[in-house]
Ligand binder design. Structure first.
Ligand code: ADP
Ligand code: ADP
Length: 226
């Protein structure tokens, strides 16, 4: 668990698009934080910059007390779940969950043990030897979450994790995410363009526009209701 602090942060793409523009943001330890705003306002770019997948052009990102610009992306204790879950189709569920541990050269027995433990806590027990193609959308999403949780990350970044699920599964996934976040107390940043989702999940909400934060506060402050 760790706080996230961005100061005067800008991310400019090679084509000159200033997707994040001199942005200041502080997210508290253990907070469930939603980034809301119209398509193209810079939500994904901000998330990717926090994860180190895009390089900041100006400004700083700190996670905990550490300046992230000095830390390689693979060494940041940051887990990101992508919109399409980005699972490896040829690997089993267990291998997908344990993949970050494999990259970090953990022993095979540890990989299996962590995969089993994480799968249990995400209601995936019994599915460990299947491949992603044999799972429902909701199950695939939970595998992506399990992979994120398996590395014991300080920060969880979610890019529209519910957008590929149908209405019923989305509701189930919301409950699931909220429970997971409460249980492990991980600092979570959640990108969505869905107000209702932000309202249901977030402790605080930032509304972005043109690479900046236009509004910031509790759901009540931002929407005028709890
Ligand atoms: P959002 O997630 O809010 O939809 P994005 O962060 O994806 O917004 O995009 C912010 C802006 O940056 C948009 O104008 C988009 O076209 C542009 N953009 C996103 N990715 C790239 C890229 N790889 N190269 C150039 N411009 C990009
Ligand atoms: P989202 O709105 O969910 O961020 P988009 O559909 O805008 O996603 O973008 C999908 C992909 O296209 C992303 O990888 C993004 O980086 C890239 N992209 C978006 N806008 C541009 C752009 N103007 N130039 C180049 N790549 C872009």
């Amino acid at each position: 668990m760790a706080r996230i602090k961005a100061q005067a942060l800008s991310t400019v793409y090679p084509n000159g698009v200033r997707a994040v523009d001199a942005l200041d943001l502080e997210i508290a330890d253990g907070e469930f934080f939603a980034l809301l705003g119209p398509s193209g306002c810079g939500k994904t770019t901000l998330l990717r910059t926090l994860a180190g997948l895009e390089q900041a052009s100006e400004g700083t990102v700190a996670i905990g007390e550490k300046d992230m610009t000095a830390v390689e992306p693979g060494r940041r204790k940051v887990a990101m779940v992508f919109q399409d879950y980005a699972l490896f189709p040829h690997m089993t569920v267990a291998e997908n969950i344990a993949y970050p541990l494999k990259v970090r050269r953990q022993p095979k027995a540890t990989q299996r043990e962590v995969a089993e433990r994480t799968a249990n806590s995400l209601s995936l027990a019994g599915l460990l030897d299947r491949r992603p193609g044999q799972l429902s959308g909701g199950q695939q999403q939970r595998v992506a979450l399990a992979r994120a949780v398996a590395i014991d990350a300080d920060v969880l970044l979610l890019d529209e994790p519910l957008s590929n699920l149908d209405a019923r599964l989305r509701l189930e996934a919301r409950t699931f995410l909220k429970r997971l976040q409460r249980e492990i107390g991980i600092t979570t940043v959640f990108v969505t363009h869905d107000q209702a989702e932000a309202l249901a999940l977030a402790d605080r909400i930032a509304v972005m526009e043109s690479g900046r934060i236009r509004q910031l506060g509790s759901p009540r402050e931002v929407f005028g209701r709890p």
